[in-house]
Design a protein around this ligand. Sequence first.
Ligand code: NAD
Ligand code: 0WE
Length: 256
Amino acid sequence: MALLDGKIGIVFGVANKRSIAWAIAQAWHEAGAALAFTYQGERLRENVEELASTFGADTLILPCDVSRDEEIERVFAAAGQRFGKLHLLLHSVAFAPREALEGQFVNTSREAFRMAHDISAYSLVALSRHAAPLMTEGGSIVAMSYYGAEKVVPHYNVMGVAKAALEASTRYLAYDLGPQKIRVNCISAGPMNTLAARGISGFGEMLKHYEEHAPLKRNVLPAELGATGTFLASDGAAAITGQVLYVDCGYQIMGM
Ligand code: NAD
Ligand code: 0WE
């Protein structure tokens, strides 16, 4: 019997094969879960259809811009109709306007701050609220975070503040949904070479810095995020909720 046999999940945040969401979805699938997928917009539809259909031609795949309430409602109505229940939800979504990740944090515009928090943090609250009524047998909600939530990482700027809001939201959601046996946790991943990291100036040096300074002297592999995602989704993590788990080769423990 595989770890997630009989579990039904929904995955937000696949853009392409390098997406962290895809690494965790593959691990959930290999552990026996049945999965539905959402994509941000028409631009990403083909990518996600091509990847997700490897899990079966009848895989549920729906558009969902998480900044639009009506799209969120449509997704959970469709998932309810198809499955009648839900056990797992992966939130692997973040966005801040590019200019906010370039200059100084002090120059963050009201609109960039609003967008970053809406898409990267509030969306977890909205998705959890819609998922909870379907999680009638309990559930596990997993969101992706980054170290810039707790310490200053130059240029991460408003995304760091939004990740702090995401992590705090994880704790308040864990408190609210705990009585329904719904657990809510974050995985704080070390830097990964994904679409969201591409074009961030100095990202190559950041990977090298982690390799030199993390206790394990290397960077994280996608399959390792998959394995942690599977653990958090499984009954092995039945007493873990509201936590931020660092999957970063130990980087976060260092003081110098
Ligand atoms: P990615 O670009 O593959 O994934 C980001 C996803 O966010 C994309 O699928 C994109 O479509 C989605 N998205 C953005 N705006 C959206 C919106 N309005 N509605 C719906 N979806 C939207 O990059 P990734 O690195 O896999 O990022 C996934 C998560 O992992 C993010 O939360 C990111 O902050 C986090 N993370 C990334 C790293 C890293 O170094 N790459 C490290 C730690 C945490
Ligand atoms: O969470 C992230 C990145 C998320 C992200 C990426 C982009 C690039 C394209 C959010 N919004 C946008 N907007 C865009 O227009 N990471 C953890 C990866 C990351 O991004 C950084 C990092 C790290 C690490 C930006 C600056 C410094 C470090």
